[in-house]
Design a protein. Structure first.
Length: 415
């Protein structure tokens, strides 16, 4: 079986080489007059388009002028993660269809085999810091925070369909709702069962710890709460008619995933690629169970976050934010590595999740009142990043979380 597959791959590449070589030659010949740049968009993972949003924010700020930029699609997981997502990005970027994307991907790889390919790459600074490296994303971060218009839009026909689907899901027209989602390993395990995805397990959390917050929102505000997800491990344990387990309802569609995530009052989620939907549509996000402190989403508008605590097994205590941020732990990204470092990530409690959810709702209603002490706690947290690191004017740490964990604001195991 391996033989025919290899033969097919070689044969396909030979066919692609025929048009790709002249295309690459054209790129180089035209360079003195117009620089054509290429970049891939991975639609195999829903969260992988984040840098394209940052690119559009830079364009909105006047950057990337004088180039002819072409984006093409690739599928890192072998499938399109969400076909509506693919359709909307294709529409926004005037990007080619998947068959033509295959050709452009091959041409791009061919071009990179030839010296002098660098001008033909689309470069976007990441707004996320990397451990032990100077932060270079401040200008891009400013562009993103000033780019308040969503780069994607639904057509009038899609808007009509979305409203009809909401009603079919049991949500009355014009009734506000909240989306919530907790990452687990079910989706990636289903997409590629041959791959060992457990290096991502540090990002997981129990969906059941989110339910009390949704119960509170339903009780106090009459909101509907929609549990998101394409493939999930467990069903919800609730009889509340205002809490809809959309992920296991049998009514889930690619279109409705995007529509719900863009239209909710706010989106409560863990460290997951699903957060990209409200981020792109400039919908308010509450991040809970965040895993890597140096990669908190400072690029969102008016967001709140609370992280997992990090427990040192060797020292028998929780590490401070300073110890986390100024070490590999703040951005290591591998479950096994956390074990090697002798630390354990502790999930947020239902009480912590409920507190930050209530805070967001009161902020949106304009009834939230912070004390001077609360503002000082926020400043203490952001100062830990240091003068050359990111400081977010929009993302805030959950107020109650900081009140209850002031010891974590110390430098090291001391005040």
């Amino acid at each position: 079986m391996e033989g025919p597959k290899k033969f097919y791959s070689v044969f396909k590449n030979m066919l692609l080489l025929i048009p790709a070589a002249p295309f690459v030659f054209m790129l180089r010949i035209l360079q003195p007059f117009i620089v054509i740049r290429l970049s891939a968009i991975d639609i195999g993972r829903i969260g992988s388009v984040r840098y394209v949003d940052w690119y559009l924010a830079e364009c909105h700020a006047g950057k990337h002028k004088g180039y002819f930029d072409i984006f093409y699609f690739v599928k890192s997981t072998g499938i399109v993660s969400n076909r509506q997502w693919h359709k909307m990005w294709k529409r926004a970027l005037h990007a080619p269809s998947l068959p033509l994307s295959g050709f452009l991907c091959f041409a791009d790889k061919l071009n990179k085999q030839i010296p002098g390919f660098e001008p033909h790459k689309i470069l976007v600074n990441s707004v996320l810091p990397v451990y032990n490296k100077k932060y270079t994303g401040l200008e891009t971060l400013k562009c993103v925070l000033n780019y308040k218009q969503a780069p994607l839009a639904f057509t009038p026909e899609e808007e009509k369909s979305g409203q009809e689907m909401l009603e079919a899901l049991g949500i009355p027209r014009a009734k506000p709702f909240i989306c919530f989602h907790s990452r687990d390993s079910a989706y990636l395990d289903a997409v590629d069962s041959q791959m060992n995805w457990d290096y991502h397990d540090y990002r997981d959390s129990s969906i059941h710890n989110y339910v009390p917050a949704m119960e509170k929102m339903a009780q106090q505000n009459g909101y509907y709460a929609i549990r998101m997800g394409a493939i999930v491990k467990e069903k919800l344990k609730t009889n509340n008619p205002f809490i809809i387990d959309y992920a296991t309802s049998g009514k889930r569609t690619d279109f409705l995933d995007i529509y719900l995530g863009s239209k909710c009052r706010f989106f409560l989620c863990s460290d997951t690629g699903m957060s990209i939907i409200p981020e792109v549509f400039r919908t308010t996000v509450v991040y809970v169970n965040w895993s890597l402190l140096t990669r908190i989403s400072t690029f969102v508008l008016d967001g709140l976050t609370i992280p997992k605590k990090v427990f040192s097994k060797k020292e028998g205590r929780f590490l401070t934010f300073y110890e986390i941020i100024h070490s590999e732990i703040g951005s290591c990204g591998y479950s096994q590595r956390f074990e090697e470092l002798g630390v354990e990530l502790i999930e947020n409690t239902p009480e912590e999740i409920t507190a930050v959810t209530i805070e967001m709702e009161e902020r949106l209603k304009g009834t939230w009142k912070a004390t001077q002490e609360d503002e000082e706690l926020q400043q203490r947290f952001w100062r830990i990043f240091g003068p050359d690191k990111l400081r977010s004017p929009d993302l805030r740490m959950g107020t109650d979380y900081l009140r209850q964990n002031q010891i974590l604001l110390n430098y090291g195991n001391r005040s």
